[in-house]
Design a protein around this ligand. Structure first.
Ligand SMILES: [Zn+2]
Length: 502
């Protein structure tokens, strides 16, 4: 499912690029919405087969797919209110709650590192990818029936975790496969590598500082993994007196459900003793359920830690908290995860002086802190370690799932491992390949849904919707600063003349 800039998000409403009824099965790497969010659309469009996923992924999807459906329904509801006022045709949601529920019935749970038949002549094996609970790289072995090459194998990395993640183990995988499709999110970026103690010391410092000035600490967090890592660390530090005990509110019903899934799979987590009970519970940790309870948090003027999703501030209850808190200089906003270009989180990270939330202009007076210590993604070095451990890669390495610059950086890196340059492929969106017995991967004619990105701005994910929002804020600022209403009127008339000339 496309997230981020509206131009990309609009693709979610278009037909899928392959015919769902012709597909035999789906092999799922993990539960994140950008990887799982189109499953209900697939089922809605006629897919009849099984969806194979690990138990952890299945249990998370049980909450995430319905949640995604309600987001789809709410978004279309909002757009349609606008469309009706403008006399434009109404949209249909990408899928509904019913489609999400139907999808869950297709899921078949698989064990890690155990061969599983997935379709005629194809078997799969799931390897722990160390990214989020249940995450996996999927290895497929395909029978060809040909004497010179009886079978070949493909490994999909899925999203990969770091070598030193907080709750997840280091990624694992097979060696010597024919083709690898490797994610490249952080293909050109290094992250500081912290061990558990260093990471906890860093978070303790930031929390102490934020609460020390008397305001609240607002943390936009991803419902899966980031929220649990953060709460796990805070509970750990407060229980040992390394951080003063403060009320912690997790204001995300989805994150709460995810926490319960984590608690059912404690044995999968790194450095967690299942016998010691849940590492995510303490008397000062409050799991907020209802909207009323969420609104009531507005009455707390200081000293509280409010964790809410979404992690990039694009949706969810975090937007209400930011609207309520951003203008206040004693507030601290702590960004602990990746902020994609074009998202509200990225605007804050880049130092925007004012932002628009739910149509309202808000001055940013809060301190914006960035502490990217909980990344569930492998960085440049981790990715290289992972690829190296998969060698030899016999026929081809596809680099996928990254911004243009990250993909370019990743390509440069993997070439240092001695891979042949023409076997390291960076495909465009919707590019198709034929896997040829003799020649390897051959690009075949295909029609992309979007023009490949060319301009520098498009590379950064900045589209005309972002430009319009920035422009209207700037216009408002200029009008506010104009001497009087007469000057404002003159300015607007000048602009009108420019537009009329077009
Ligand atoms: Zn992911």
């Amino acid at each position: 499912m496309f997230q981020g800039p509206k131009t990309l998000k609009e693709l979610n409403y278009q037909p899928l690029p392959s015919e769902p009824v012709r597909l035999d099965a789906v092999v799922q790497t993990h539960a994140h919405t950008d990887h799982s969010g189109m499953l209900p659309k697939l089922v809605k469009s006629g897919f009849k087969g099984p969806i194979f996923a690990t138990e952890g992924t299945r249990d998370l999807l049980e909450w995430m797919l319905p949640d995604s459906a309600s987001i789809q329904e709410a978004e279309v509801e909002r757009l349609n209110r606008e469309n009706r006022r403008r006399d434009r045709p109404e949209l249909q949601p990408v899928y509904t709650m019913e489609d999400a529920q139907a999808t869950l019935r297709h899921i078949r749970a698989v064990e890690y590192e155990t061969w599983q038949p997935v379709a005629k002549g194809i078997r799969g094996r799931w390897w722990n990818a160390g990214h989020i609970l249940g995450s996996a790289s999927v290895e497929l072995e395909v029978e060809t029936g040909a004497a010179d090459l009886p079978h070949f194998s493909i490994l999909f990395s899925g999203d990969l975790g770091p070598q030193d993640g907080a709750l997840q183990q280091s990624p694992r995988g097979p060696q010597g496969v024919d083709y690898v499709l490797c994610e490249s999110t952080y293909g050109n970026r290094e992250r500081p590598h912290l061990d558990d103690d260093q990471r906890r010391a860093a978070i303790a410092r930031d929390v102490t500082q934020a609460l020390g000035v008397g305001g609240n600490l607002i943390v936009p967090a991803f419902a899966i993994e980031r929220s649990q890592e953060l709460i796990g660390d805070l509970v750990y530090l407060m229980a040992r007196g390394k951080l003063s005990t403060a009320p912690i509110y997790l204001d995300s019903p989805l994150a709460t459900r995810a926490t319960e899934v984590f608690e059912r799979h404690l044995h999968l987590l790194d450095d967690v003793d299942p016998k010691a009970g849940s590492p995510f519970r303490a008397p000062n940790v409050h799991y907020v359920e209802t909207v009323d309870q969420s609104m009531a948090l507005n009455r707390i003027s200081g000293g509280a830690i409010i964790i809410a999703s979404s992690g990039m501030c694009d949706a969810g209850r975090i937007r209400h908290h930011l609207r309520h808190h951003l203008w206040h200089p004693r507030t601290t906003v702590l960004l602990i995860g990746y902020q994609a270009p074009g998202t509200l989180g990225r605007l804050l990270q880049d130092g925007a002086a004012q932002v628009k939330i739910m149509g309202e202009e808000i001055q940013v007076k809060a301190k914006i802190r960035k502490l990217e210590i909980y990344s569930g993604h492998a960085d440049r070095g981790d990715l290289l370690t992972w690829v190296k451990a998969r060698l030899p890669i016999q026929r081809g390495l596809f680099l996928i799932h990254g911004e243009t610059t990250a993909l370019a950086g990743m390509r440069e890196n993997v070439l240092t491992l001695g891979l042949e340059p023409d076997k390291v492929i960076v495909p465009d969106l919707d590019q198709r390949y034929q896997l040829d017995r003799a020649a390897g991967a051959l690009a075949v004619a295909s029609t992309p849904r979007l023009e490949p990105v060319r301009t520098e701005e498009a590379k950064q994910g900045w589209d005309w919707h972002n430009e319009l929002a920035a422009f209207s804020l700037e216009l408002r600022r200029i009008l506010d600063q104009a001497q009087n209403d007469k000057a404002r009127m003159a300015l607007l008339k000048d602009m009108r003349r420019v537009l009329d000339k077009r």
